[in-house]
Design a protein around this ligand. Structure first.
Ligand code: NAD
Ligand code: UDP
Length: 324
């Protein structure tokens, strides 16, 4: 029997999606990348376009689509706070209607479907580090809720389609991931700091910079997602995927300055509402069930990311929203 699968990647032209498409195409699979290009551009997958086992579809995941596939990675959703808050109602629709559409497709095709969930479902966590059993602390009324609650509802839909309709699902909770092909104007902390450092602009630390994040390099993350999809049907998750090495935002800024040799100054800006004060994945489950743990240290990952930012012409990138 052929091991080549027909695989749909929604949000496949985005930062994580494009790296996932690279891996799946290299594995010989028949890959369909679906994207509405809200927070990405074709250049992320341009190198795959001539490949006979790669197809690109401009489509919005909130609308249904009829495709025949064996597996679906559901990544379509703006991920940077500035972008998901730009049109919060659309963000919620993307998570909820997108989930319903891919789950319906999976049910019809008898396909396996993986949801890219997020550490944001833990909100501003009171438990540290965060294990999968922690139920979270999300402000349902705040500016981040469109994303957090949309992703929480998507997890619920995945579990209900699994229990009610026997759909073969996987749920991964992704923690802050960075690397080449992050949108230079996505407003996330790694891309902002690198862009600012390279241009000699002030580095904008929100709040006092004592809030923490744990940064995972993209190749480690994609490896974890694929292991989860390919793992046994008895382990559907949710599983945390992220790098447990935790840094304050101020430490990140200092590392970026050191790695770029920039003369930029650190400046402080107001902390956005509901900004989580700490975040670190407990990855014991991923280690034991998937044999997975990150291998790339922040120092090395930042070096590769800075190298990529140096290689692009930033004027070729359109800011998806004014929020960066
Ligand atoms: P990204 O913004 O680069 O990628 C998202 C992609 O989805 C983009 O190509 C965008 O154009 C597309 N998209 C958005 N709305 C769509 C819609 N309605 N229809 C079709 N396509 C749509 O972000 P990313 O970092 O690559 O994130 C990918 C997924 O991983 C997202 O679901 C995100 O929530 C999740 N995630 C990412 C991180 C991270 O740190 N990178 C952390 C947690 C979760
Ligand atoms: N941040 C910052 N300066 C920036 C962008 C972000 O200090 O220019 C902070 C932000 O307030 C948060 C952290 O960096 O505390 C991570 O932000 P990001 O938007 O990358 O992701 P989040 O984990 O908050 O979704």
């Amino acid at each position: 029997m052929s091991t080549i699968k027909r695989i749909l990647v929604t949000g496949g032209a985005g930062f994580l999606g494009s790296h996932l498409c690279d891996r799946l195409v290299a594995g010989g699979h028949d890959v369909i990348c679906l994207d509405n290009f809200f927070t990405s551009q074709k250049s992320n997958v341009a190198h795959l376009l001539g490949n006979p086992n790669f197809e690109l579809i401009r489509h919005d995941v909130t609308q249904s689509i009829w495709l025949e596939v064996d597996e679906i990675y559901n990544l379509a959703c703006p991920a940077a706070p500035g972008h998901y808050q730009y049109n919060p109602i659309k963000t919620m629709k993307t998570s909820v209607m997108g989930a319903i559409n891919v789950l319906g497709m999976a049910k019809r095709c008898n396909a396996k479907v993986l949801q890219a969930s997020t550490s944001e479902i833990y909100g501003d966590p009171e438990v540290h580090p965060q294990p999968e059993s922690y139920k979270g602390s999300v402000n349902t009324l705040g500016p981040r809720a469109c994303y957090d609650e949309g992703k929480r509802a998507a997890e619920t839909l995945f579990m209900d389609y699994h229990r009610s309709n026997g759909v073969n699902v996987r749920i991964v909770r992704i923690f802050n991931t960075y690397g080449p092909r992050m949108h230079p104007f996505d407003g996330r902390v790694v891309s902002n700091f690198i862009r600012q450092a390279m241009r000699g602009e002030d580095i904008t630390i929100f709040g006092d910079g004592s809030q923490t994040r744990s940064f995972c390099y993209v190749s480690d993350l994609v490896d974890g997602i694929m292991r989860m999809m390919d793992g046994p049907d008895s382990f559907i998750g949710p599983v945390n995927l992220g790098n447990p090495d935790e840094f304050t935002i101020k430490q990140l800024a200092e590392q970026v300055i050191e790695r770029t040799g920039s003369k930029s100054k650190l400046v402080h800006r107001p902390l956005p509402a509901d900004d989580p004060t700490q975040r670190q994945p407990d990855i014991a489950l991923a280690k034991s069930r998937l044999g997975w743990e990150p291998t790339i240290k922040l120092r090395d990952g930042l070096g590769k990311t800075i190298e990529w930012f140096n290689s692009i012409d930033i004027t070729n990138y359109r800011a998806p929203t004014p929020n960066y």
